[in-house]
Design a protein around this ligand. Structure first.
Ligand SMILES: Nc1ncnc2c1ncn2[C@@H]1O[C@H](COP(=O)(O)OP(=O)(O)OP(=O)(O)O)[C@@H](O)[C@H]1O
Ligand SMILES: [Mg+2]
Length: 256
């Protein structure tokens, strides 16, 4: 049987006696799925995404990526995860003294694969529309452009799994819309599984194969919705009664 990209069984993250980030969380993400988590602030989304990335072990439960447990007995991330997961954070986190090309190639250097960088950096920069800015520095770019650099950097090692934590939260609505279109295209071309966290219901309904709604204190899965609408979806899909009804339901799940 085909393995899942992510398989979580009864995951709980307890930071201390008072703070439980998420509790009793079981779910699977299929390979190539575009899975979107929505939830209010503090419901454990970032903690969960960082657990998926091998950066923040759960306190209990079992977590597998592509069939392999990713935390060892001492709750350390196991080395086989390196390079297989790309992470896009809310802030672009670019190194200001490096050019666009040098920022994009950073993960390859960390993997000792710098020789592969040249062709691949150019290809990715073109995919995210930055081919004319390879020699620019982050300070010379707009917020949306910086986030596109961050996306290209996440893709440089050809990850099987791309984790995105509110990647477009700081962008204006129009830039955000074009980033959503770009992301859908890049995902389609990449063969990767995507797990995206957002506060935006419309972003979730626009992009997801499946929406996972979380509620806080402690973070739990309240509901999941599969969306089979054809792609690319765009604003026309969001205006359809089906999408409007689903958005309204998610809003209710979130607590109005
Ligand atoms: N390193 C930490 N140490 C202690 N508590 C933490 C830590 N990180 C997060 N928490 C707590 O865990 C809970 C979940 O936080 P988390 O950042 O995962 O939520 P979130 O859903 O991503 O929120 P937001 O939407 O605001 O980004 C919060 O109560 C937070 O205070
Ligand atoms: Mg968060």
């Amino acid at each position: 049987m085909d393995t899942f990209a992510i398989e979580a069984v009864d995951l709980t993250k307890r930071y201390n006696a008072a703070v439980v980030a998420y509790e009793g969380l079981s779910m699977q993400v299929s390979k190539r799925e575009f899975c979107v988590f929505v939830g209010k602030s503090g419901c454990g989304k970032t903690s969960l995404l960082r657990a998926f990335a091998g950066l923040n072990p759960p306190s209990s439960g079992a977590l597998k990526l592509e069939g392999y447990s990713i935390y060892g007995t001492k709750n350390q991330a196991l080395p086989r995860i390196a390079g297989r997961v790309g992470f896009v954070f809310q802030e672009p986190n670019l190194l200001p003294w490096r050019t666009v090309a040098e920022n994009i190639r950073l993960p390859l250097e960390a993997e000792g694969q710098a020789k592969l960088a040249e062709g691949r950096v150019a290809e990715l920069a073109a995919q995210v529309g930055l081919e004319k800015f390879l020699d620019a520095f982050p300070s010379e770019l707009s917020g949306g452009m910086r986030q596109r650099v961050s996306l290209a950097r996440a893709l440089i090692c050809k990850p099987g799994l791309i984790l995105m934590d509110e990647p477009f939260g700081a962008l204006d609505a129009i830039t955000r819309e074009s980033m959503n279109e770009l992301l859908e295209r890049v995902w389609h071309a990449s063969n990767a599984t995507v797990v995206l966290v957002t506060h935006s219901i419309s972003e979730a309904v626009l992009l997801a194969d499946r929406v996972v709604v979380m509620t806080p204190h402690p973070g739990r899965i309240k509901a999941t919705y599969r969306i089979d609408a054809p792609r690319p979806r765009g604003a026309a899909w969001l205006a359809k009664p089906e999408a409007v009804a689903l958005s309204a339901q998610i809003k209710i799940d979130l607590g109005g």
